[in-house]
Design a binder for this molecule. Structure first.
Ligand code: C2E
Ligand code: CA
Ligand code: CA
Length: 765
């Protein structure tokens, strides 16, 4: 709990001050008789008001937890009611006290105090004990009964009995009040001794229950002074009650994170010992001596039993703490991850489940490394492990005291936070910031995607985790290195995407993909100089699915690496077949599209070389087409491109002219071919419709071909659909083109026929 949420210390000082001042006044009053006796009645209502204020402060900050809120709310109401009662009592005292005489409690005051006291004790009674199992429960009730009877005997003998048998008649309201306080306080105390750790802090609860001891104190005083204990109880004993309440509130407000302790099972024995006191008192009284011997013997026996029990208890607890230490070590082993030392999945689920069951709000951050598999596959498991350890350190450091980092498994981590504020976002940002620099000894720059979900009041463990998962997935979809908080309605598109991802995997395994080829031709002669390989998905239900629909999904899931490898190998195989069947001149080069994601794969160059090698093709036979935006994605891709160029593979810039830095890219990368984007070809031939737009397109088309000529690159015009376009492009200086006019993408068999026809035409001519 944060600093500013603590109950202010001033309430402690005020109530403590009242106790001290009021006690000092009482001393003066007893010794030199200072002032009217009614002053004795002032400290309690004033302290009560401070206690109400402190409890109100606390009540506002324990919002997060239902049990705690009910307890402290009930106590607040109780304190308010008692304070009202004591105010009435003080007013009454000022009105009617004369000399040393003080009036007895008015019925209204007694009712308010009684109600308040009952509310407070009811609050204590309702706090769950945290004991499970019938055996344990039965034992607890037995212990509590013993303790109750023990305390009750004590209070009966020194408190109630003298009152009831006093010569002076007691006001019935006083008797009822004291009796009530008596029963409730003992019940409360015996209960508190058995409380486990829960949402209501145990020390705070003890302080609250101790408040009832002041009532017991009053009962004892009352036996001597009459009149609800008179001035000493009002001035000295009762002002302690508000102090205890304020202390309890303060303790609770700073209770977070204290280690749980087990409750002491000694209470019943103490109670047995307590019964000895009245026994001794009776024995020393007016009893005949043989009777006295019996009683004293009973006392000695019970004291010895208690001592024996105490010794046994001490041995037991030593044994227990040994076992507990071992258990803790074991527990640590099963609840923590061996590699990173973070808590593990089982611990995480358990802890979250507990928080949810207690009605506490919790926030989960799911942190997933982007492309971890690539690191593992290409650099080895040792490097991968080291990366995970480094990430764990980052999480530990960035989370600090705000939450607990967990390794869920593989490259998936989580942070568990208490509460549902924006602290999740702040932490997510802190983590992403830390990852802008290399984190491991190998200088690996990694990215993570983070999903955030806060448990709704009716949340279950699985629903929170699912939401965090969906949010994490959405973060991945947003291009990675991002965090996303779960919002209602987010699941559907994400799930659809996940499903598509799953289906793609399936499709790849079942061989539902195939490659079609579209020729690239010389515009003037119609001779095929190359083919572009385009992937197709023949879905068993949906039929032919366009790459525009599944390539983005394949890129996000990383499946594009495998799919791309398939297209590349298939194209190489087919090309080799054409060359073998129709001779080495049938086709200058096949072109294959590649995504940025593939270029980032450290094994990409090796894959390409292997595909060529396996089919006896030389690297200069192959063109790889990539878009400008792919080429621009960072240093590693740039290195890959230069490496490919060094090996002789040709690179083509696809969709040329649509990006922002097309021209500078030509200088920065080893490009051999530019493919003028279809958007500059569309409408290039129209004369009337929109001359300005047409002129602009023509200007781009012309600039591209001229520049390509100047730099010694080939220029290919894409998406040519009619003769007029082809003619216009020819005039502008294009010699190569691709488009539906020339030929549509076609299956390999059809392509073979086309190539064969061309081959025979050439050999014939
Ligand atoms: P792209 O690389 O620009 O490929 C050219 C696209 O234009 C192809 O669409 C082709 O069928 C279409 N096209 C060709 N001529 C004409 C024409 O005259 N008119 C019109 N309207 N369209 C024409 P497709 O096959 O649907 O592919 C779409 C995109 O999907 C490709 O654009 C490419 O970026 C991507 N793609 C296709 N196959 C692969 C692959 O194996 N790997 C990767 N990474 N991407 C691929
Ligand atoms: Ca292309
Ligand atoms: Ca294109």
């Amino acid at each position: 709990m944060a600093e500013d949420r603590r109950v202010p210390l001033r309430w402690v000082w005020i109530t403590l001050g009242l106790v001290v001042v009021s006690s000092l006044w009482y001393l003066l009053w007893v010794t030199v008789g200072a002032g009217p006796v009614a002053i004795a009645y002032v400290a309690v209502p004033l302290g009560g008001m401070a206690a109400v204020a402190a409890l109100y402060d606390l009540w506002r900050v324990v919002r997060g937890n239902r049990v705690a809120r009910q307890f402290w709310g009930c106590l607040l109401a109780g304190a308010a009611s008692m304070t009202v009662g004591y105010v009435l009592m003080a007013v009454n005292a000022f009105r009617y006290s004369v000399g040393d005489y003080t009036p007895s409690m008015p019925i209204s005051a007694a009712a308010a105090v009684g109600l308040g006291f009952a509310l407070a004790m009811w609050a204590v009674a309702r706090v769950p004990v945290g004991i499970s199992g019938t055996g344990q429960r039965r034992r607890m009730y037995l212990d509590r009964t013993i303790a109750f009877l023990g305390c009750a005997t004590l209070l009966w003998h020194f408190g109630m009995a003298p009152m009831l048998t006093a010569d002076e008649r007691w006001a019935p309201q006083t008797l009822v009040l004291i009796g009530l306080a008596f029963v409730l306080s003992i019940a409360g105390i015996t209960k508190v001794a058995y409380l486990g750790e829960g949402p209501v802090d145990r020390t705070a609860l003890r302080l609250v229950a101790a408040m009832s001891l002041t009532a017991a104190g009053v009962a004892v005083l009352a036996a001597t002074y009459g009149n609800a204990g008179g001035p000493p109880s009002q001035a000295v004993v009762l002002p302690l009650a508000p102090l205890l309440l304020v202390l309890a509130a303060r303790v609770q407000s700073r209770a977070a994170g204290r280690a749980p302790r087990t409750s002491s099972p000694l209470l019943p024995y103490l109670a047995v010992a307590a019964v000895d006191l009245p026994l001794v008192a009776v024995a020393t009284g007016e009893l005949w001596w043989p009777g006295r011997v019996v009683i004293l013997a009973a006392v000695v026996v019970s004291v010895l039993v208690v001592v024996r029990q105490f010794l046994a208890f001490r041995d037991n607890s030593r044994l227990l703490s040994d076992i507990r230490a071992k258990e803790e070590r074991l527990q640590h082993e099963v609840s923590h991850d061996g590699l990173t030392g973070l808590a593990n999945r089982a611990w995480f689920r358990d802890r979250l489940q507990t928080a949810l069951a207690a009605g506490e709000s919790a926030t989960v951050l799911l942190v997933d490394l982007d492309d971890f598999k690539t690191v593992n596959d290409s650099l080895g498991h040792d490097v991968g492990d080291e990366l995970l350890v480094s990430l764990a350190a980052v999480l530990r450091e960035r989370t600090g005291g705000d939450g607990i980092p967990v390794r869920i498994g593989g490259d998936e981590f989580a942070v568990l936070l208490a509460g549902g504020t924006t602290v999740g976002e702040t932490l997510a940002q802190r983590i992403l910031d830390a990852l802008t620099e290399p984190i491991s000894a190998h200088g690996l720059l990694v990215q993570a995607s983070i999903g955030i979900a806060t448990a709704a009041p009716d949340a279950t463990l699985d629903s929170v985790l699912r939401e965090a998962d969906v949010a994490m997935y959405a973060a991945k979809q947003r291009g990675k290195a991002a965090y996303v908080r779960y919002l209602p309605g987010m699941a559907e598109p994400v799930l659809a995407h996940m499903r598509l991802g799953g289906e793609l995997r399936h499709a790849l395994d079942k061989g539902e993909f195939h490659v079609v080829y579209q020729p690239v031709m010389a515009l003037d002669t119609g001779v095929i100089i190359g083919v572009e390989a385009l992937v197709r998905w023949l879905h068993p239900v949906r039929g032919l699915v366009s790459p525009a629909d599944f390539i983005p999904a394949a890129e996000r899931t990383g499946l594009i690496v495998e799919l791309g490898r398939f297209v590349l190998r298939e194209t190489c195989r087919q090309t080799a077949a054409w060359l073998a069947e129709l001779g080495p001149d049938v086709l200058q080069r096949p072109a294959v599209n590649v995504s940025a994601r593939q270029l980032r794969d450290p094994g990409f160059v090796a894959d390409v070389m292997a595909a060529l090698d396996d089919h006896g093709l030389t690297p200069d036979r192959l063109v790889l087409e990539l878009t400008e935006s792919a080429a621009l994605r960072g240093g590693q891709i740039s290195r890959t491109l230069h490496e490919l160029d060094r090996l002789g593979v040709k690179l083509a810039l696809d969709d040329f002219g649509t990006g922002e830095s097309s021209l500078s890219l030509l200088r920065a990368f080893p490009v051999a071919i530019v493919k003028l984007d279809k958007s500059f070809v569309d409408g290039i031939e129209v004369d009337d419709a929109n001359p300005a737009a047409r002129d602009a397109r023509q200007a781009v088309a012309r600039a591209v071909v001229q520049m390509a000529g100047a730099l010694g690159l080939e220029a290919v015009a894409e998406g040519i659909e009619n003769e007029a376009q082809a003619a216009r492009l020819g005039e502008l200086g294009y010699t190569l083109g691709q488009g539906f006019l020339l030929a549509r993408p076609m299956p390999a068999a059809e392509m073979t026929k086309l190539l064969a026809a061309q081959h025979s035409a050439v050999t014939a001519g």
